[in-house]
Design a protein around this ligand. Structure first.
Ligand code: ADP
Ligand code: MG
Length: 222
């Protein structure tokens, strides 16, 4: 078996504010491997985004060990290894849609134009390539962010409520695109979502409850 993409052992994340403390993630241990399709579900405030940011290496645990055996040290994580789709809009407003998607390809020293257009095609937005982010709806902007994450063919895709701003039909199309991508590349996909319909399309469901991560197979929580 190949090395895990993410390996977490007793990972916690606490936020201090004033004289109080929020335990956003209580000791969590898990593994993410190539080809995994994981839905991370839980109520608002349960710690999903905090866990996604830890897995992406964008934040560090308060305690516990988190590593990326197949990818290298945290400081070496690059968009072509870990693609992140954030919960809130994250496009660069002065760059066109196409340029936003080209950016990680250019940083990786790769051919950008064709790959970026193909990635926009996956989310059904190739015709908007020349628009600026301000011209897009919230849902379109989120689909461009997904295209930007996929364009560099990362081994791990972390998507934080990627369909939260989309209607059901568009959400289904976006999930089709994400699943088609991971099937063809054997990448791992972790999707934080409120939507059971989306969760049911993954292989595994993880549940966050007040910072507690319950790792269970999908059929156990249906
Ligand atoms: N940067 C932060 N500073 C302080 N508290 C935070 C921060 N990020 C998240 N929290 C708190 O941690 C808890 C979990 O938040 P979050 O991970 O965003 O949950 P979810 O994504 O499931 O809605 C919440 O109580 C939230 O207010
Ligand atoms: Mg969140």
């Amino acid at each position: 078996m190949t090395e895990p993409l993410v390996l977490a052992n007793g990972v916690t994340r606490r936020f201090r504010h004033g004289d109080g403390v929020t335990n956003a993630v209580l000791p969590a241990s898990f593994t993410v491997r190539d080809g995994d399709r994981i839905a991370l579900i839980g109520a608002s405030g349960s710690g999903k985004s905090t866990l996604v940011h830890l897995m992406a290496g964008l934040d560090q645990p308060s305690e516990g060990a988190l590593c990326w055996p197949a990818l290298g040290p945290r400081t070496s994580l690059r968009p072509e290894q870990v693609g992140v789709v954030f919960q809130t809009p994250s496009l660069i407003p002065t760059l066109s849609v196409l340029e936003n998607v080209e950016l990680p390809l250019l940083l990786a020293g790769r051919e950008a134009y064709d790959a970026a257009l193909a990635a926009l095609g996956v989310v059904g937005l190739a015709t908007l390539a020349d628009k600026l982010p301000d011209d897009l709806s919230g849902g379109q902007a989120q689909r461009v962010a997904i295209a930007r994450a996929l364009a560099v063919c990362p081994r791990l895709i972390l998507a934080d409520e990627p369909t939260g701003q989309l209607d059901q039909a568009t959400a289904a199309l976006v999930v089709d695109g994400l699943l088609a991508f991971v099937s063809s590349s054997n990448a791992a996909l972790v999707v934080a979502t409120h939507d059971r319909t989306i969760a049911n399309r993954m292989n595994t469901t993880w549940i966050m409850e007040h910072g507690n991560l319950h790792v269970a197979p999908a059929e156990a929580v249906a």
